[in-house]
Ligand binder design. Structure first.
Ligand SMILES: [Cu+2]
Length: 146
């Protein structure tokens, strides 16, 4: 009995924990595959990809696309950033400027390597900003042509 208590039970417990962790990892992988599928099934490829840098800039800071095209942002830095085209989220007036009739957009906080996409349906010039670096004037512009 003491042999069971000292060796077998801890071994069983460890095995159970390992199996649980493996199960959790697999579930996570399944979820992320699902997300990939959803993104791909939207069928749209980004017209352009904009990086986000350690020096608190969007790179390129200005991009030109046509109506209906999608822009992808990738946080290619070690900092958290956001892509925010929503005047309601800004603390300085003029950080976000949208054409009339355009819907605001906001990535929320993006950790390193995260991506965000937005499709632009209304022509005009959009100015967006990064919430944590608004004070450093981390701004970007999307010019959407008809
Ligand atoms: Cu930023």
């Amino acid at each position: 009995m003491s042999f069971l208590k000292r060796y077998i039970f801890p071994l069983l417990l460890t095995t159970a924990i390992c199996l649980f962790l493996i199960g959790a990892l697999q579930t996570n992988q399944l979820f992320s595959q699902e997300t990939d599928k959803e993104v791909k099934s939207s069928g749209q490829e980004p017209a352009v990809t904009v990086g986000m840098t350690n020096t608190m800039k969007f790179d390129a800071d200005t991009v030109r696309i046509n109506v209906g095209e999608m822009v992808e942002w990738k946080n290619s830095s070690l900092l958290a950033h956001s892509v925010t085209g929503d005047p309601a989220e800004s603390s300085v007036e003029g950080s976000a400027v949208l054409p009339d009739g355009a819907k605001p957009f906001d990535s929320g906080m993006m950790d390193p390597e995260e991506t965000f996409t937005h499709t632009f349906e209304v022509p005009g010039t959009y100015q967006y900003f990064c919430i944590p670096h608004e004070g450093a004037e981390m701004f970007g512009w999307v010019i959407v042509e008809e």
